[in-house]
Ligand binder design. Sequence first.
Ligand SMILES: Cc1cc2nc3c(=O)[nH]c(=O)nc-3n(C[C@H](O)[C@H](O)[C@H](O)COP(=O)(O)O)c2cc1C
Length: 295
Amino acid sequence: MNSDTLRSTISITLVDAAGACDRTVPTTVRVRGNCGRSCRHSCHVPARTLGRGRGDFSAGAAYADGMSENPATPSNPDPDDLTAALSTHTDYGVEKLEEADAAADPVTQFRAWLAEAAEREVYEPNAMVVGTVDPDGAPSVRTVLLRGVDERGFEFYTDYTSRKGRALLATPGISAVFPWYSLHRQVILYGEARPVEQQTSDDYFANRPRGAQVAAWASDQSQPIDGREGLERKVREAEERFEGVETVPRPERWGGFRIVPHRVEFWQGRTSRLHDRLVYTRDASGEWALGRLQP
Ligand SMILES: Cc1cc2nc3c(=O)[nH]c(=O)nc-3n(C[C@H](O)[C@H](O)[C@H](O)COP(=O)(O)O)c2cc1C
């Protein structure tokens, strides 16, 4: 399909949160979340409006008034122009989270939202950003994948000798956020992380792909290494070690942590930044109380 065909078959309308900069453009315009030089608002284009995503609209030679005649393409973005990236003012819409609709406990509420995140095609809905505190007091964060959740807590797997592993074994205090931006939602956990039972780690490890099992042996997570080749050599050594061995055993240094929360916040974005923030707090008897925070 050439650009003329594209231009004649599709047009889209950009509308910002306040409806202030409506305009229709041919799709040969690269949609960058900003309607052009003449408008100082940042216009948000919901992903669902764009079908398969912004990249689909990158080709072509015709540009709307006010747009650059040689815009950066998605594969070659202009790092000197972060206007669109830094100035979005997305309106967080009409969904709400009210006390009457919240479950009696945070695990039930979380399971409902996680199922919805998967159903609504959040990318990696079980990814959470986990914050820990090193033995010297330095905070650090990274993403891990949630692998289990029940009334005991939230499980993830890692190398106990990694930076986060050492941090948690010394200081179990932990916080984690599930950033479900496309739903205008986040869930934040506050609690303590404890290693899961060895059998639980064994069972989980046994179900991993063999490549990941071998990698767990090969990689001393978070330790420096001299180049990619050094890592690949360690993988070859691990592969040789387990050649002909049907079941790769779990390395002792690798296993799960279970985050046992004492506080869980469910955040639902609302119009004009008047978001809903419902917080479950566990009392001394283990009962959950529900409260609300100002946005
Ligand atoms: C989407 C995603 C999922 C990840 N899942 C895990 C995981 O489940 N476990 C893990 O140890 N690292 C995971 N990682 C890698 C970590 O973010 C991190 O690089 C690694 O655990 C080392 O962190 P540390 O040096 O702070 O201990 C993931 C990274 C991404 C981007």
